[in-house]
Design a protein around this ligand. Sequence first.
Ligand code: ATP
Ligand code: MG
Length: 285
Amino acid sequence: MNKIRVNDLKYRYPHSEKLALNDISFEIKQGEFIGIVGKNSSGKSTLCYALTGLVPHFFKGAYGGQVFIDNLEVMKTEISDLSLKVGLVFENPFSQITGSKFTVIDEIAFGLENMGIEREEMSTRIEASLKLLDIEHIKEKNPFSLSGGQMQRVAIASVLAMRPDILILDEPTSQLDPQGSDEVFKVVESLTKEGMTVIMAEHKMEKLAQYSDKILLLHEGKLIDFDTPQKIFSKKDILDYGVSPPIFTKIARALNINKEDSLLPVTLNEILTISPINSERGEKK
Ligand SMILES: Nc1ncnc2c1ncn2[C@@H]1O[C@H](COP(=O)(O)OP(=O)(O)OP(=O)(O)O)[C@@H](O)[C@H]1O
Ligand SMILES: [Mg+2]
């Protein structure tokens, strides 16, 4: 079943001359993990906003086409109703953290209070989110005393506590060290296994190659391609879009290692399972 449907979406910010999103159409199924890639200013954040209703309801501007979340048309649905279905984690946790709460627990509780969730259910959800993001030990701390990585985890926990069907993350790992990034991807993977649909704008191609089902490639507001990581990273002109494929894909291209379907491998595992290498390794045993 399609969870998200985007038809001919066009969008221009107020006082801007050019389209930030230019005639975009795609569909996303429930439980899929979708990566959004593209160079700076290609429209990744704007697309994230369009899926949550911030575009056009908050940013205003000129809007055409349609975005459906389940059967709700974003243009015709209030942000408060959309926020029950779609959660957004911003790139900068400072944009997410309310600034009015003195502990991590209260910070996570804030969104739940607004939703009118009962006290008992609230504690259950807060505890589960703290555990999932591995931040139980900082639950009494002031969010603004935390490191960037910890703050980002609190931001993700506060969105997850609202139990959205769809989670959108705009470069959520940009503040995190490699271990922190790994943890975010693992959490996201476990959420998609439980049926959550996840869309993540991200510059870490190795990670997207490993975890995502499909990748949306944007360039100057246009959707260039929407396909598996193997198809996207095998594109001959991928560098023209300012996207540098995973290191394993670059190595495979240089060494002319293709998969059976003539696409390039995108992870180390894929390289290792390609038969010539395997048989060579077998012979040496
Ligand atoms: N608030 C705004 N007002 C006017 N134009 C904007 C606004 N925000 C973004 N834009 C423009 O919209 C286009 C798409 O920007 P967007 O921020 O969506 O790109 P991005 O792919 O997320 O870039 P980055 O990798 O830097 O995060 C750019 O041309 C940008 O200058
Ligand atoms: Mg952005």
